[in-house]
Every structure is written in structure tokens, then in C-alpha cells.
Write a protein that binds this ligand. Structure first.
Ligand SMILES: Cc1cc2nc3c(=O)[nH]c(=O)nc-3n(C[C@H](O)[C@H](O)[C@H](O)COP(=O)(O)OP(=O)(O)OC[C@H]3O[C@@H](n4cnc5c(N)ncnc54)[C@H](O)[C@@H]3O)c2cc1C
Length: 395
């Protein structure tokens, strides 16, 4: 093993983004510890695990966590649909997260399970902050003194809260909005290579999905805006209505194997991702930093991309917030599109799908993946100006 070098880094959260960041830092010889509150990596699962082929530039897709390869998507509005060719993967999140945790450890990172980050407290005399981690097995509180803390602690990030509270002093505090995702894994009768997306009032503010694992099992889910939950139907009602729609389409759905739920953070363009507090550097990345595509809720590819940039910015002592400028531009574009789509009625979605269902438009959609959204949207706008006019009219 390489000799460990300063600075000392504490990563909070052994999700995919924390472990990927740890892997790069530890490989460089930096002293890296990961603190994970759960006993088991990759549990509980709340993810559909669909990723574009852009993931291959970041993580080697291994047969041990690859569940299915998809070659098409069918997008439904209330009265019509369009089928597109594409090339995507469905992964097993439990095995994927464990693979990344193993890579982090193999490169020298130390992983502490059942260790919950609590925050920090100030020492009485020298004002130096110790971070507090609770060993959930012995119930002991451990004090640590790393130079750098990376919050990869998911949508309810404690580290993001520390950065945000510090910004509150400067009146820069932001408030994260969430979608609530509800998903079940069902046995039934499915088209193995094709996933479905259902737009419109069946799932207001987001969409419903059917992602096959194989011919007989699929991940079926919906998401709704968290803050609107009280005004609207509950996620359970929307989920039940969605299942009814899928069954009406002719899918045999026999039995729910398991049920999952989780939060999807909405990208916040003005969120502070780095703060120096009493000499210690705090960073956030992944869901903790809301690095999620607001169009689809996909957080794996953008989170891993930002994790790579964060690790490299620590190694090369560059500015993380500047390094991820391009990722931020992409995520802003997804947010703008989401806000536009959320103004669409069922009739608007029918019209949109008819506009997309032209040979040259389909070709653009099929040959450009949604992780390079700006390129995709620019090509679409030039090829079919009515798409632009349509969006602007609704905005
Ligand atoms: C229903 C649903 C479906 C989704 N489907 C997809 C999809 O198909 N494709 C896709 O790309 N994305 C999808 N996502 C989003 C994706 O799951 C996230 O973007 C991804 O998990 C983010 O990884 P992360 O490591 O940032 O956070 P997480 O995976 O949330 O990991 C954070 C880790 O931090 C730990 N932690 C939290 N607080 C503490 C603490 N105080 N101390 C110690 N440990 C702590 C947690 O236990 C957890 O292990 C979906 C999300 C949901 C909810």
C-alpha cells in the first residue's frame, strides 16, 4: 500500500458517489476514511438503476452488477406514444455500490460502517472544531480531526446543512426541493429490451416508469413533488393509478416482490458546494449537492462526473465549483426543461410526441444521449424550431 499523505480526508456516506470519490483520492495516496451509518453498503435500495452509456467513461460495466441491456424506450402521453432506439443499462444498485466500496478499499481508503456523522463541536480552549461520529454499535461518540470533509451523504445531507447554515450568515441560504419516488419490483409479463416512460397527468410534475430486469420482472415507479404532496394525491394513490394504467395496456402484473421509496433532490443552481469553516474545508457532491438531472431524476452519471472533478480538484488544489462549470450548465438545462414540462397538459404532451415522431428528430434523439443534454437540445431546436416556439409559448 502507498504511504498515506496529508491532507486527511473524511468522506461522509458510502453511497456510489462517496466511494467513487474515495477511490480516486486514496489511489493518489491521500489518507481517506469513509463513514457510513448503515451496517451494509447499498442498503436500503431506492433506485431504478437505469444509466446511459455515458457511465462507461467513469465505471467499467461489470457482468456481476449488470442486470439488463435496453435497446429502446417507449414514451407515452395520454393518447399517443413514440418508440426510440437507444443503448442503456439497468444495474443492480446493491452490487454496484458494493463494487465501488471494494474499489475504494482496494486503493487504501478505510471504510467505517455503522458510523454516523453527527456534526461538529468546538473545543473549549483553542476553538478548533472536532467532527463527531457516533459508533452505532458501541454507542460511543468519536472525535476526528480531518482537514477536509466531503459530504456524499445523500439527499438529507448533514454536511450540506453545515455549509448552508454558514451561508445563512451571508444571507445566501437555499432550500432544497424534492420529489418523492415510489417504486416496486413486480413479477409479470414485460418487453425485456424496452423501458417505458409515461408523461402527463397520470404522474403530475414527473413521470411514471416501467424498467424491465428481464421478461418476467420489472421496476415500476412514479415520483411526485414533495412540497405539493399535501395538495395532491399521495404517492401511493398515484402509484396505484399508474399500475392500473399499465395493467390496462395489457401487461400481466402478478406480484410485487419488493417495494422501495426515496427522495430525489431537485437541482439547485445557487447551492454552495464548498465552504471553509474555521480552517477546515467542507465539500458536497452527488445527491448531497443536488447533482441530479431534473428531467429524469438520474443522479448516478452526473454525481460520478462531479465526484471525479471534486477528487481531482483536491489533488490538484483547484477550485471545485469552477471545475464543474460544464456539469452545472447541463444540470441547469435539465432544470429549465423540467420547469417547462411541468406546464404541459395531457394535450400538450400528445402534441409534443407528435412533433418528436418525425424521422429526422428521432434520429437526433437516438444518436445523442441525455447526459449531453445541451448538445441534444441545440440539435433538436435547429432541426425543429416548432419545439422551441412550443416550449417558449408555455413558459
Ligand atoms: C426511486 C428512485 C429511483 C431512482 N432511479 C435512478 C436511476 O434509474 N438512475 C439514476 O442515475 N439515478 C436514480 N436515482 C437517483 C440515485 O439513486 C441517486 O442520485 C444516487 O443514489 C446518489 O448517490 P449518492 O452516493 O450521492 O447518495 P446515496 O446513494 O443516497 O448515498 C448516501 C449515503 O450516505 C449515508 N449517510 C447519510 N447520512 C449519513 C450520516 N450522517 N453519517 C454517515 N452516513 C450517512 C447513507 O446511508 C448512504 O449510504 C433514483 C432515486 C430514487 C429515489
Amino acid at each position: 500500500m502507498n504511504e498515506r499523505k496529508e491532507p486527511e480526508i473524511a468522506i461522509i456516506g458510502a453511497g456510489p458517489i462517496g466511494c467513487y470519490t474515495a477511490q480516486i483520492l486514496a489511489k493518489e495516496g491521500l489518507r481517506t476514511e469513509i463513514f457510513e451509518e448503515h451496517a451494509e453498503i447499498g442498503q436500503p435500495i431506492a433506485c431504478t438503476g437505469i444509466v446511459t452509456k455515458a457511465i462507461k467513461e467513469l465505471v467499467d460495466i461489470r457482468p456481476e452488477f449488470l442486470v439488463n441491456k435496453l435497446n429502446s424506450a417507449e414514451i407515452f402521453s395520454q393518447n399517443t406514444s413514440i418508440k426510440l432506439r437507444l443503448d442503456e443499462y439497468v444495474i443492480d444498485r446493491y452490487k454496484f455500490d458494493n463494487h465501488l466500496a471494494d474499489l475504494a478499499k482496494d486503493n487504501g481508503a478505510i471504510l467505517w460502517r455503522k458510523h454516523k456523522f453527527l456534526g461538529f463541536h468546538e473545543k473549549e480552549h483553542n476553538q478548533q472544531q472536532q467532527i463527531l461520529v457516533k459508533d452505532l454499535e458501541s454507542k460511543k461518540i468519536i472525535q476526528k480531526n480531518p482537514n477536509i470533509i466531503i459530504g456524499a451523504d445523500g439527499p438529507n445531507s448533514k454536511v450540506a446543512e453545515i455549509i448552508n447554515n454558514n451561508n445563512n450568515k451571508n444571507n445566501l441560504k437555499t432550500k432544497t426541493q424534492f420529489w418523492i419516488g415510489k417504486q416496486g419490483v413486480f413479477q409479470g409479463d414485460f418487453e425485456k429490451d424496452c423501458f417505458q416512460v409515461h408523461l402527463g397527468n397520470i404522474c403530475p410534475g414527473f413521470f411514471g416508469w416501467v424498467v424491465p430486469e428481464n421478461e418476467t420482472t420489472a421496476r415500476i415507479g412514479i415520483a411526485i413533488e414533495g412540497n405539493k404532496e399535501k395538495d395532491r394525491n399521495s404517492p401511493i394513490q398515484i402509484f396505484d393509478n399508474f399500475l392500473r394504467k399499465i395493467k390496462k395496456q395489457g401487461h400481466e402484473i402478478e406480484k410485487e416482490i419488493c417495494s422501495q421509496a426515496g427522495l430525489i433532490p431537485m437541482f439547485e443552481p445557487n447551492k454552495k458546494l464548498f465552504e471553509k469553516i474555521n480552517g477546515r474545508q467542507y465539500y458536497i457532491v452527488g445527491d448531497a449537492a443536488t447533482q441530479v438531472k431534473a428531467t429524469t431524476g438520474g443522479g448516478l452519471v452526473p454525481g460520478l462526473n462531479c465526484a471525479k472533478k471534486l477528487a481531482n480538484s483536491i489533488i490538484n488544489k483547484t477550485d471545485y465549483e469552477k471545475e464543474i462549470n460544464q456539469e452545472n450548465k447541463e444540470l441547469k438545462m435539465h432544470l429549465m426543461l423540467r420547469k417547462t414540462l411541468n406546464k404541459f397538459s395531457d394535450k400538450n404532451f400528445d402534441e409534443l410526441i407528435k412533433l418528436l415522431d418525425q424521422k429526422r428528430i428521432k434520429k437526433i434523439l437516438e444518436n445523442n444521449n441525455r447526459d449531453s443534454g445541451i448538445k441534444l437540445i441545440t440539435k433538436l431546436a435547429f432541426s425543429e424550431p416548432r419545439l422551441c416556439r412550443y416550449g417558449l409559448k408555455l413558459l
